[in-house]
Design a protein around this ligand. Structure first.
Ligand code: MG
Length: 350
């Protein structure tokens, strides 16, 4: 159990309706059916791209479609399921087909495409004064977080090649955002700051490299210790802990602040124990539990960790939930619309 949950006995990871009503179920079955097809395309590439690879990837997809069809025929089976369960079934099916990480290559390509853009971006950040710098960094998180191969609308944008960081920046809605507590966050940042932050990151590529890395660097510059935590096992295009270590190994040659923080231990990458694009904070890694216990700031980034799960969870420390709403049902759950931006800041004493 994550140690900073305010009421651990009452913790519910995922409150989004899935199989509890017919309309929600029909929606999610269609979403997952489309998602599985897309995962199978990436899985076939990872498995070698030949006929045998296509057969392997498609065998997983067919099994998964049969599972969805069964839920459609017998909705009672879906009543107690959540999005977390369907994600787990998907990943298991591809692993059973011998494909451990269907998005391995696409994540690698996206990281490689984003990395060369980082030095100029950091230079642009450094030319800004406070508080404009923090507003720019928050916008960067939203732009980076558009890269998501779990939901239909952004998958289509990805296929059309509309995923440059700069074009994503142009898609960020103007402030005030749908949920916009940024001014309160900036006030607390400038007035008191934090000793130690636990930062849950989301996707590989622009999200981690051009969104979360510059934001993390700013916390480090302010003197905050940062525990940077990514999934232990692959799921969709989320960056894994192993991939994060590799990435930091490259970023340290691009930026002295991150290099110094890695050397001194001010920046500490720690695996979360999670293997899903959403996160059940009652099932995290013991190592993270130890490192998180004395944190006074928690950042949950991305729709899966900050909205589809944990949106209503209260924590004992100051908390930021930051995400782009890239799925209509999830957007509605957060009271918003597709491609609304959420920057929810919940100080511990409120
Ligand atoms: Mg993700």
């Amino acid at each position: 159990m994550f140690p900073l949950i305010a009421e651990p006995d009452r913790y519910i990871a995922c409150e989004l309706p899935f199989g509890s009503d017919a309309e929600a179920l029909a929606h999610w079955l269609a979403v997952f059916s489309a998602q599985f097809q897309n995962v199978a395309i990436h899985a076939a590439e990872v498995a070698g791209g030949d006929d045998e690879a296509l057969r392997k990837a498609d065998s997983a997809r067919i099994k998964l479609q049969a599972f969805l069809d069964r839920l459609a025929r017998q909705p009672a089976l879906a009543r107690d399921l959540t999005l977390l369960d369907i994600d787990a079934v998907r990943d298991q099916a591809f692993r059973e087909a011998g494909i451990h990480d269907p998005h391995l290559l696409v994540k690698k390509r996206e990281n490689e495409a984003a990395l060369p853009l980082l030095p100029d971006l950091l230079q642009a950040v450094d030319q800004l004064d406070m508080p404009q710098r923090l507003e720019f960094l928050a916008g960067g998180i939203f732009a980076g977080n558009m890269f998501d191969l779990g939901v239909t609308d952004t998958i289509e944008m990805f296929k059309r090649g509309e995923f440059s960081f700069e074009s994503a920046r142009k898609h960020i809605p103007p402030r005030p955002w749908h949920v916009d507590d940024l001014d309160d966050f900036i006030r607390d940042w400038l007035e008191r700051g934090w000793k130690k932050a636990v930062v849950f990151v989301d996707n590989a590529g622009t999200d981690i490299v051009l969104g979360m890395m510059p934001a993390t660097r700013e916390l480090l510059r302010a003197g905050t210790d940062v525990v940077l935590t990514a999934n232990s096992e692959p799921s969709l295009n989320d960056i894994t802990h192993a991939e994060l270590l590799e990435l930091l190994g490259e970023v340290r040659f691009m930026d002295p602040i991150i290099a110094d923080a890695l050397r001194t231990g001010q920046l500490k990458p720690v695996p979360s124990g999670n293997a899903l694009p959403l996160i059940d904070l009652s099932k995290i890694d013991g190592e993270l539990t130890r490192h998180a216990a004395d944190a006074d700031l928690l950042i949950l980034e991305g729709m899966g960790r900050a909205v589809e799960t944990n949106y209503n969870t209260r924590f004992t420390c100051d908390t930021v939930k930051v995400a782009m709403l890239k799925e209509p049902r999830v957007a509605a759950f957060a009271g918003g619309r597709l491609f609304d931006a959420v920057f929810r800041y919940e100080p511990a004493d409120h």
